[in-house]
Design a protein around this ligand. Structure first.
Ligand code: URA
Length: 352
């Protein structure tokens, strides 16, 4: 017997009102390391996948790995630790997992983590700075949702001498082809010959927003560096390095934006022994009930690897072709107020 949409599980204990975070079954199966995405589709079509006890043969079917029981050939997919990182994206690196043009990507960097971690949002190829990465879809969605109005702070270098009235236009909103920008906070840093350095905090995530604001006001953006995302900074990280988010940062994000859903306290002896503060579970193939654990595509040690590194650990993730110097923006980065600090400091939030 086959059914095309997975039956809902019984209500969870404690009310069952937690929001569902569903993903396509083939993505979940592939993500668990059982098969490629294409092969996972074949497994579904062949009727070898059950959700909450019912065979599902529809490729569009979705399930929530935390709420639903997903089985492939009777074997249950279990959950991996969820992991959260901040990386200092160098300029001239694509912020996707792969690039058809063969340019360096953050994917090359993130693969070293072991878990299937992906970036939370994007930065343009030439933009450097703070990029979060996770394998927790709800975390990424939560921070990227426009309703959350997550603040993102950039240091910008533009061609031309900006006066405060010019910055005022950026503060109030600039008409772009997809509508006016929301109010922003901006402050002048300095003039340098016929160029201007300033800092701006926006709460939107539109494509190329800052560069388009520059074009619309005839102040062409020459350099762009994100120095804070949701209060998390890359302080102490060189371009190409990354570290797990701390317990304090994750707790602050949860308080302010409702994600991650769970923040696990660092194990004793904290905090240097664990770092990362993985906050939940992600699907992986369950070991058989008897006998040896089956090995997924990556080994368990590599799944845990980065997440359980000490908090102070800085991982070099530089691609051979990425820029190490970043002279001017780095100077500007270091001038950016420390007050933005870590998300753990409640007063550090930027609000536009
Ligand atoms: N705005 C841009 O124009 N580019 C970025 O990378 C980020 C914000």
């Amino acid at each position: 017997m086959a059914a095309n949409s997975p039956p809902r599980p019984p209500p969870r204990r404690g009310g069952g009102d937690a929001p569902r975070h569903e993903e396509r079954l083939q993505k979940l199966i592939a993500g668990a390391g059982l098969a490629s995405r294409r092969a996972s589709e074949s497994l579904i079509l062949a009727g070898r996948v059950r959700v909450n006890g019912t065979i599902v043969t529809e490729l569009g079917a979705k399930a929530d790995p935390r709420a639903d029981k997903i089985e492939v050939d009777g074997k249950r997919l279990m959950a991996d630790d969820l992991v959260y990182f901040v990386l200092h994206k160098p300029k001239n690196v694509v912020s996707t997992l792969s690039d058809p043009e063969g340019r360096p990507t953050v994917g090359e960097m993130l693969r070293r983590v072991g878990a299937r971690v992906y970036p939370v949002g994007r930065l343009d190829f030439p933009t450097s700075g703070v990029l979060l990465a996770t394998n927790d879809g709800a975390f990424a969605n939560g921070l990227l949702h426009p309703k959350k109005a997550v603040p993102k702070t950039y240091v910008v270098k533009v061609q031309g001498l900006m006066a405060d009235e010019d910055l005022d236009r950026w503060r109030k909103g600039i008409e772009l082809d997809d509508g006016p920008t929301l109010p922003a906070r901006a402050r002048l840093i300095r003039h340098e010959e016929d160029k201007t350095w300033f800092e701006i905090t926006i709460t939107e995530g539109r494509n190329h927003q800052i560069r388009r604001m520059g074009d619309a006001t005839r102040f062409r953006v020459m350099r762009l560096a994100r120095v804070s995302f949701a209060g998390v900074t890359h302080e102490g990280l060189k371009p190409g390095q990354m570290r797990p988010l701390s317990y304090e940062e994750l707790t602050a994000l949860r308080e302010q934006y409702g994600v991650p859903k769970k923040v696990r306290r660092p194990a004793e002896p904290p905090p240097s022994a664990r770092g990362g503060g993985p906050g939940g579970r992600k699907l992986r193939a369950a070991p058989p009930k008897h006998g040896k654990a089956e090995q997924p595509r990556r080994d368990a040690a590599s799944q845990r690897g980065e997440a359980s590194r000490p908090q102070g650990d800085r991982r070099e993730i530089r691609s051979a072709r990425t820029d190490r110097s970043g002279t001017k923006p780095r100077a500007a980065d270091s001038r950016a107020p420390r007050a933005r600090g870590r998300a753990g400091r409640s007063g550090s939030r930027e609000r536009s």
